[in-house]
Write a protein of this length. Structure first.
Length: 182
């Protein structure tokens, strides 16, 4: 399945492509972003980290049909990458995202999550969406809470910033669609 362009009122979500690695490399390696990423993310971030990730991880997983990646851009500045959002067809890990700090706190990620979650349920026809996160990641927790997700499990996990309390949030297709209709 080809990954489509998705749009919201303010955003353009474009399927990830190799050329995005350059902007990712400029935006991603910031402590505010990586501290709550899984420990497999190298830190300090190497000079070719984004190119490796895009070309050796994300794009191959998209080709296998187990992942869907989008760059997040404002419609008013479609050439400027603000962050990434992805869906993964993996047990207990279906959605992930990051947004450059200068764009945080403006509702962009909530907008991106809504359109991507709708794609997961109503295009890919998946029954449940599960999103793991560091419990200390208050903004990510708020996005899950405001989109109708519920906390289903807590445990310890390794993140770039160390071993932290981790949470697993979920919502079912029926719950999502009921919320969207209300």
């Amino acid at each position: 399945m080809t990954v489509p362009i998705l749009t919201t009122e303010r955003l353009l979500l474009k399927p990830l492509e190799p050329a995005d690695a350059e902007q990712i490399q400029k935006r991603y390696p910031q402590w505010e972003i990586v501290r709550y990423m899984v420990a497999s993310v190298p830190w300090p971030y190497p000079p070719d980290g984004a190119e490796f990730y895009v070309n050796q991880v994300a794009l191959p997983d998209m080709e296998k049909g187990i992942a869907w990646f989008w760059s997040i851009r404002r419609k008013e500045s479609p050439e400027e990458l603000m962050g990434l959002i992805c869906l993964y067809d993996l047990e207990d890990n279906n959605r992930g995202f990051w947004l450059s700090p200068e764009f945080q706190g403006q509702g962009y990620m909530r907008e991106a999550c809504n359109v991507v979650t709708d794609y997961w349920f109503n295009t890919l026809n998946k029954p449940v969406l599960r999103a793991p996160k560091a419990a200390m990641n208050a903004r990510s927790r708020q996005i899950s809470r405001s989109s109708g997700m519920r906390l289903v499990r807590t445990e310890k996990k390794a993140y770039v910033s160390g071993i932290l309390d981790s949470e697993l949030w979920e919502i079912t297709r029926e719950e999502w669609n009921a919320l969207r209709r209300s």
